[in-house]
Ligand binder design. Structure first.
Ligand SMILES: *Cc1c(COP(=O)(O)O)cnc(C)c1O
Length: 449
């Protein structure tokens, strides 16, 4: 079946329709049960319990149909319950659910690695390894870089986000809620400046890279560094697109010093930014690339892909895990990747950017609280400040988000200062729903002024 923005992944009617207040009574009852059953440490952004999703909508237990601008945090890029994914999963789950690839392998794992080696940047010889979560992929990229270089230091940047395991918490910048009270963290992790054009004043990409490199040379020593790990567009840090030249300068420094350059494309990868991978926009071919989120249409899967000589430097048995590259998750990934190739997913992301950017820019003209409009493809954001200053306005950002959800538009905020309103629509979002959602955001800006 050919999918178009109008003819979407599931048969759900593509409309925003509220039949109760949000959250409705059934969601509220489930929230009460959640409080009794689920650890308080597992927070919920919006207590709206979902029963079905597809195209550009989420349906809740009360029968509300809401516009999805979050894709479950950049995961359901190919649309929820995408038929290519559903078909692959249903077939695989009926054949076998698990053998452990490290014990008795299966072809789906190999096929996903072949696909990853094909679609990631660079035409050099590559290898991949599969895991369950983004954090696990980042941990393994560090393991691989340390074995390959026989060095220990890991360089990350300000506003970076890499996960919630012990090693990746140490690599993540933001304290609350990710790190607070969970230390001590792993040693040999060093944080250097990143390019944040909205807040860097007159300093351009190469200049910020120079500061970062000087810090590495003076405080760590380049010959001690195993890996530099950077998101080409920062996700949880605030959808920060580095100034031109920053990312490339960091990659060139790594190359000149025998350091493994790792692009963490867990959020920005798989067609999200209008390229298959955001590194391409920067003209950078990373040594290793970590992926997860958008890879498998919502099934848990993650990967490290990179230069064969680096990936093959690890002793047999050194990488793996019981579930890594589960056959059902692999079938989902093969379906999602096929859809992305057949349906020109990067083109769809660019079409979303073309539709949204002019609207966001005109909102910025009318609302001086929008300090910055940024992003690429279907990974866009506005940063809210107190009018007339550069001071972050997380309260207004939260109020705007609450307004949108109350009107049936599921949104996400982000950023080190909590003042970034981010847009991650699935690439199956019908244009009329996108327009409607933008209208509600504009009303929200007026209502929260
Ligand atoms: C989400 C994310 C991770 C962690 O992925 P999990 O699957 O949540 O462990 C790592 N890096 C980036 C850039 C991410 O956005």
């Amino acid at each position: 079946m050919t999918l178009t923005p109008e003819r979407t992944a599931s048969d759900l009617v593509q409309e925003r329709r509220l039949v109760t207040s949000v959250p409705g009574p059934k969601s509220q009852a489930l929230l009460a049960r959640k409080t009794e059953a689920v650890s308080a440490g597992v927070g919920i952004s919006w207590p709206v319990f979902i029963t079905q999703a597809g195209g550009g909508v989420l349906i809740d237990v009360d029968g509300n149909s809401m516009i999805d601008l979050g894709s479950g945090i950049a995961v359901t890029t190919v649309g929820n319950a995408n038929p290519y994914v559903v078909e692959g999963v249903q077939k695989q789950v009926a054949e076998f659910t698990h053998t452990c690839f490290m014990v008795t392998p299966y072809s789906g794992y190999v096929e996903v690695c072949e696909a990853l080696n094909r679609v990631t940047p660079g035409d050099h010889e590559k290898r991949s390894a599969l895991f369950n979560s983004g954090a696990e992929a980042v941990e393994n990229a560090v393991k691989i870089a340390r074995v390959y270089t026989q060095r220990s230091a890991v360089v990350v940047v300000e506003h970076g986000y890499h996960g919630r395991t012990n090693l990746t918490m140490g690599m993540t910048a933001k304290n609350m809620p990710y790190k607070n009270g969970f230390g001590p963290f792993a040693p040999e992790i060093y944080r250097v400046p990143t390019s944040y054009p909205f807040r860097d004043g007159p300093h351009d990409g190469p200049e910020v890279a120079k500061w970062a490199i000087s810090r590495i040379e003076k405080e760590i020593g380049a010959t001690n560094v195993a890996a530099i790990i950077i998101e080409p567009v920062q996700g949880e840090g605030g959808f920060i697109v580095p100034a031109p030249g920053y990312f490339a300068a960091m990659a060139a420094f790594a190359k000149a010093n025998g350091i493994v350059f790792v692009a963490d494309e867990i959020q920005s990868g798989f067609c999200r930014t209008g390229d298959w991978f955001a590194s391409e926009h920067e003209g950078v071919v990373p040594d290793l690339i970590t992926t997860a989120k958008g890879i498998a249409g919502g099934m848990p899967l993650a990967a490290v892909t990179g230069r064969a000589e680096i990936m093959d430097s690890v002793h047999a048995g050194g990488l793996g895990g019981t579930y890594g590259g589960n056959p059902v998750a692999c079938a989902a990934a093969l379906g999602a990747i096929r859809w992305m190739e057949e349906e020109d997913a990067p083109g769809r992301a660019r079409a979303i950017e073309a539709a949204m950017m002019p609207r966001l820019r005109s909102m910025q003209e009318n609302h001086p609280a929008i300090g910055d409009v940024r992003g690429r493809g279907a990974m866009l954001a506005i940063e809210l400040v107190k009018v007339g200053t550069m001071d972050p306005d997380p309260e207004r950002t939260a109020a705007l988000a609450r307004f949108c959800v109350g009107e049936g538009v599921i949104v996400l905020t982000t950023g080190t200062y909590g003042n970034v309103f981010r847009f991650l629509p699935p690439l199956t979002m019908p244009m009329h729903l996108l327009e409607e959602a933008l209208g509600i955001i504009e009303r929200g800006l007026e209502a929260t002024a």
